[in-house]
Design a binder for this molecule. Structure first.
Ligand code: SF4
Length: 374
């Protein structure tokens, strides 16, 4: 049994211009068939997962009865979970939905606030405004959610660093215990990417974006939000257990269109089409359209590439136990090079070198570090 379960709900009220997650515009009848297919798959699982995460898309786009049906269907596999998260978006995270989720054992809610500036939300093509975003976080807290996470985006074209700083100052006043800060990326196939190609927008300079990222680290640290991964900050004890499982390259099961699974040997991806997914589940057929069996060395390198993203970095003993490989030996070219570039450092305990982790510059160039380790 995998230690983590991810369920993808691929429906949104509207598609945001920068988004390349698989999702489609919400239609009740499609969503109903889709939830039934997920429930059918859940009925075949045994035991409970350490963490359960329902993401999307927008899980709270589901009508209340459908959302209730889904969370009830998840109750058996989440009954012993230490963390049971639902993603929610402000436009649909109303009190009734959030209360129902809380009453059914959901103990963490991740709200897609994205920004505390109306103009920025509009530029991102988001459907909600700041008033709604703040109200949904306050409501989640009043209803009884203690573990609330919010997402913020930075680095839009024309965005002013001082305005971003003010957003952060406002964000930390909300009753959230976890904040994810993502740099806006221009993903191929999105309307935003098209605007870039047509020169309708000019991206910010890399230096400006890097400065905004550093501002996030500094501002959040002032309010006790400890950076525990490149994009993630939490008050002590509120780090996402589901994501830590991912960064340790541990096994997980993904249900739903476009979801990935990893069983410790093979990584697979489900078809990225909700209707096709339902058809395959009902026909009892394989729902994956891609899978690859990872040789041991590749698995070990992937473990290094994801674990390095965490603030604590990679402990050599942990790595050996996890993968069977000696990290310094496995990465004998990459580690000295990354140290020379000032991106990573050795962790020392007394005279002993016990591991590696990212330096400040390494957090800025984490993708470079990860790909060097692969
Ligand atoms: S709400 Fe989230 S998943 Fe849906 S389109 Fe926007 S960014 Fe993508």
């Amino acid at each position: 049994m995998a230690s983590s379960l991810y369920v993808h709900i691929p429906f949104c009220k509207r598609k945001c211009i920068y988004c390349n997650f698989y999702s489609r515009i919400y239609k009740e009848s499609e969503a109903s068939d889709y939830v039934d297919a997920i429930l059918l798959q859940l009925s075949k699982l045994t035991g409970s997962f350490k963490t359960v995460y329902v993401g999307g898309g927008t899980p709270t786009a589901l009508g209340l009865p459908l959302l209730k049906k889904l969370v009830q269907g998840l109750s058996r596999v989440s009954k012993d979970s230490i963390e049971f998260t639902f993603e929610a978006n402000p436009e649909s995270a109303d009190r009734d939905r959030m209360k129902m989720l809380l009453d059914h054992g959901v103990n963490r809610i991740s709200i897609g606030v994205q920004s505390i500036k109306d103009e920025k939300l509009k530029d991102l093509g988001r459907i909600h405004d700041v008033g709604k975003a703040i109200a949904s976080v306050m409501d989640a807290s009043k209803i009884g959610f203690d573990n609330i996470s919010i997402d913020l985006i930075f680095g839009l074209c024309g965005e002013k660093p001082e305005k971003w700083k003010r957003e952060l100052e406002e964000a930390v006043r909300l009753p959230a215990k976890h904040i994810s800060c993502y740099e806006l990326t221009y993903e191929s196939g999105t309307p935003l990417f098209g605007m870039l190609e047509n020169r309708a927008i000019t991206p910010l300079d890399d230096d400006v974006v890097a400065g905004m990222y550093e501002t996030a680290i500094e501002e959040l640290a002032l309010r006790d939000f400890k950076q525990y991964e490149v994009s993630n900050f939490a008050k002590p004890g509120f780090e996402s257990q589901h994501n830590m499982n991912y960064w340790e390259n541990s096994v997980y099961l993904g249900l739903g269109a476009s979801a990935f699974s990893y069983d410790g040997q093979t990584r697979s991806r489900n078809v990225s089409d909700a209707c096709e997914y339902v058809r395959l589940v009902l026909a009892g057929k394989n729902v994956t359209d891609f899978s690859e069996r990872l040789p041991p060395e590749r698995k070990a390198k992937e473990t290094a590439a994801v674990k390095i993203r965490t603030r604590e970095g990679i402990d050599f003993n942990w790595f050996k136990k996890k993968t069977g490989y000696d990290l310094e030996d496995l990465e004998k070219k990459a580690i000295p090079k990354l140290i020379d570039l000032g991106l990573i450092r050795y962790i020392r305990k007394g005279d002993a070198v016990t591991g590696i982790n990212l330096k400040r510059k390494g957090f800025l160039f984490c993708d470079t570090v990860s790909s060097s380790l692969l």
